[in-house]
Design a protein around this ligand. Structure first.
Ligand code: HMG
Ligand code: MG
Length: 319
């Protein structure tokens, strides 16, 4: 390891970062699916409205999964029918199968997200299928969804590690991602589902993917279970990744991944991006208000930091 001595030029700590990054907000889905309490419809609507007000333009509002598996989101139709995206804003929802697609089409959504894991054991626990069978289901739903005019995103979970199998080979994740893109998904969001990743691993994963596809074909979906999400996002950013998933207040987790908790908090990510000169189109002050709305609606304190600390502003000295 290089040691700094006095008089030496300090190395540039930061590489080039993009001028702009896009934030895909998952709190109404990834956040609320992991709460013990059923959040009333009106609370969900308030949260989504606060996110729109803050300038988020891509919001995952719910899931069309089995209500037996995720009862917290069993009001998906009612919610999607009762709140429409203003111009320039896109609402999406998780969709595991043909029934999910049918439900998404019936409420007029313009975007869905299919999802699977890069480890068999988590895929089985989460959607009760092998990876191969899940891809066969997606072969039956992604092309018709595209033909019906929907945009289709994909999630690939457990890329940094699986709660049941441990280490996951990133080459397996790459191969599955290529299949998802070939099916017609516009982007694969790579999930550190249980928040075990570290920056070195993130660099290896991002570089592996960039060797095979443009950076716009994948996003980073980082859970902050062990406090490494922002560090991993920064590595991605410096390598040229522009798409990040985040959840206001840091709420979230997969109910079928033991130990999964806390997404990267949107306000913490946006604070870092804006501070480094990376534009997002999001109003940080209003995002902080949205974090407060999330806390009120959910009914307990959330782990995000910036909605508690506030943005950095110089205070005038008294007298
Ligand atoms: P199954 O039990 O194997 O499937 O569930 P099934 O086809 O036998 O269906 C069982 C029952 O569910 C049937 O009803 C179906 O009609 C119904 P019954 O006959 O018993 O009355 N059903 C549905 N109902 C409504 N909408 C549907 C639907 N499909 C079946 N779409 C299934 C398979 C995939 C449905 C189930 O395992 C499931 O819903 N899993 C979802 C689990 C989930 O949502 N997990 C959290 C999201 S993933 C995540 O958080 C990770 C992510 O954030 C990225 C990351 O962090 O890595 C995305
Ligand atoms: Mg997640």
């Amino acid at each position: 390891m290089a040691t700094m001595t006095h008089g030496e030029a300090s190395p540039d700590l930061f590489g080039q970062v993009p001028d702009r990054a896009s934030v895909y907000e998952v709190s109404p889905r990834d956040g609320l699916q992991n709460e013990d309490a059923m959040i009333p419809l009106d609370g969900k609507r308030r949260l989504i409205a606060a996110l729109v007000e803050a300038g988020l333009t891509r919001i995952e509002i719910t899931s069309f999964v089995s209500p037996k598996w995720v009862p917290q989101l069993s009001d998906a139709e009612e919610l999607a029918r009762s709140i429409k995206p203003p111009p320039g804003v896109s609402f999406s929802a998780l969709c595991p199968n043909a029934r999910g697609l049918e439900r998404a089409l019936a409420v007029g959504l313009e975007e869905i997200a299919v999802f699977l894991s890069s480890s068999e054991a988590h895929n089985k626990a989460n959607i009760n299928k092998t990876i191969a069978d899940t891809l066969s289901v997606f072969e039956e739903i992604v092309p018709p969804a595209r033909e019906a005019g929907l945009r289709v995103r994909a999630y690939l979970s457990t890329v940094w590690g699986c709660p049941y199998e441990g280490d996951v080979d990133p080459k397996v994740a790459l191969r599955i991602s290529q299949q998802l893109l070939a099916l017609g998904c516009y982007q694969v969001s790579l999930g550190d589902t249980i928040g075990v990743g570290n920056p070195r691993q993130t660099r290896e994963i991002v570089r592996l993917f960039q060797g095979e596809m443009p950076s716009s074909s994948f996003a980073l979906h980082l859970h902050d279970t062990r406090g490494t999400a922002l560090a991993n996002a920064l590595v991605g950013l410096e390598l040229g990744v522009r798409d990040f998933d985040a959840s206001v207040g840091g709420v979230g987790g997969c109910p079928y991944a033991p130990g999964a908790a806390g997404n990267l908090a949107t306000e913490d990510l946006v604070y870092l991006l804006h501070g480094m000169g990376v534009q997002t189109g999001i109003d940080l002050d209003k995002l902080i208000l949205a974090g407060n709305v999330a806390e009120q609606v959910i009914g307990h304190p959330l782990p995000g930091k910036v909605h508690k600390a506030g943005p950095f502003r110089l205070r005038k000295a008294r007298g």
